[in-house]
Write a protein that binds this ligand. Structure first.
Ligand code: C2E
Ligand code: MG
Ligand code: MG
Ligand code: MG
Length: 279
């Protein structure tokens, strides 16, 4: 604090803040512009049920190709979009894209595939979310139980009562809900019990640390907790056969990760699916 009150210190501090804010603003402008230019698209990552030994579904992940071959990570632009409110437009677009794709897949020889879509907390607070989803489900003629909306643990905690109401309405539509990045936030067990959640997704951070002391036990506990609460459990970030085998032996239901498949652009997705039609 003393340093900040010092004149020179304050100046430098302010300058840095300003250029940081400017850069972010510029990035946001680029995002809006590129969105209109259709440089945002969805990639789809397959999710595999290791117990039933079959493909479970896909997760839609946003991609931004800012310049040719130059991608901006969603971990950068999603928070930016969230802070500016642009996420509502982006998120609405993603839902429609993903559901259109799902309908197409259901009619292209993959009638049992599910689609997971990430949902921002801000979207939960949009008054027309339920109406839009209801309309989209009708328009694309999709059985709602094939749709899974992923919300992050931190999201589940903010404005809990209000969010819970919306989540219950989504459940009434027949849509499935997953708690994403589980273990990274600070949700209490009672939150988990009270949320109408069908699935827990264990964050990849825990998979990467499986060999640290207590790492395996921690994962095992999450899986047991999920099953006790009648939820399915997916492990994210599976990169090796060893990790897959261990998650299988720990009774994890599904896995997602580069070992099984990377997120793919829609142009190559159907090829991949057809090459893996034994799944
Ligand atoms: P997430 O929902 O937890 O998605 C899983 C992330 O793990 C994805 O990162 C995916 O590419 C990555 N991943 C999958 N398998 C592996 C693996 O084996 N190893 C490693 N190291 N990573 C793996 P991605 O695509 O960069 O997305 C990051 C986050 O951005 C997502 O995390 C999600 O929170 C957010 N996001 C992406 N698309 C959307 C969207 O359409 N809407 C919203 N609200 N958020 C999104
Ligand atoms: Mg997700
Ligand atoms: Mg996750
Ligand atoms: Mg994540």
């Amino acid at each position: 604090l003393a340093k900040l009150n010092h004149r020179g210190g304050t100046l430098i501090y302010k300058k840095e803040m300003l250029s940081y804010a400017k850069k972010r603003l510029q990035r946001l402008e680029e995002l809006r512009y590129d969105f209109v230019k259709q440089k945002i698209f969805l990639a789809y990552q397959p999710i595999y049920n290791i117990q039933k030994k079959r493909l479970s579904g896909l997760e839609a992940l946003m991609r931004w190709e800012h310049k040719e071959g130059e991608f901006v990570s969603p971990t950068e632009f999603i928070p930016l979009a969230e802070q500016s409110g642009f996420i509502n437009r982006l998120g609405r677009w993603a839902i429609l894209q993903a559901l259109e794709k799902l309908n197409w897949l259901h009619n292209s020889g993959w009638p049992n595939i599910k689609m997971a879509i990430n949902l921002s907390v801000l979207q939960l607070q949009q008054p027309d979310l339920i109406t839009e989803l209801t309309n989209a489900i009708q328009e694309f003629n999709i059985p709602p139980e094939y749709i899974e909306l992923e919300i992050t643990e931190s999201v589940a905690m903010k404005d809990f009562e209000q969010n819970l109401k919306v989540l219950n309405e989504l459940k009434k539509l027949g849509i499935k809900l997953a708690l994403d990045d589980f273990g990274t936030g600070f949700s209490s067990l009672s939150f988990l019990r009270d949320l109408p959640i069908d699935r827990i997704k264990i964050d990849k951070h825990f998979i990467q640390n499986i060999d640290l002391i207590g790492g395996k036990e921690f994962i095992e506990l999450i899986i047991q907790l999920g099953h006790t609460l009648d939820m399915s459990v997916t492990a994210e970030g599976i990169e090796t056969i060893e990790q897959l085998n261990r998650l299988h032996s720990l009774n994890c239901d599904c896995i997602q990760g580069f070992y099984f498949a990377k997120p793919m652009a829609k142009e190559i997705l159907l090829n991949w699916l057809n090459e893996h039609s034994n799944l």
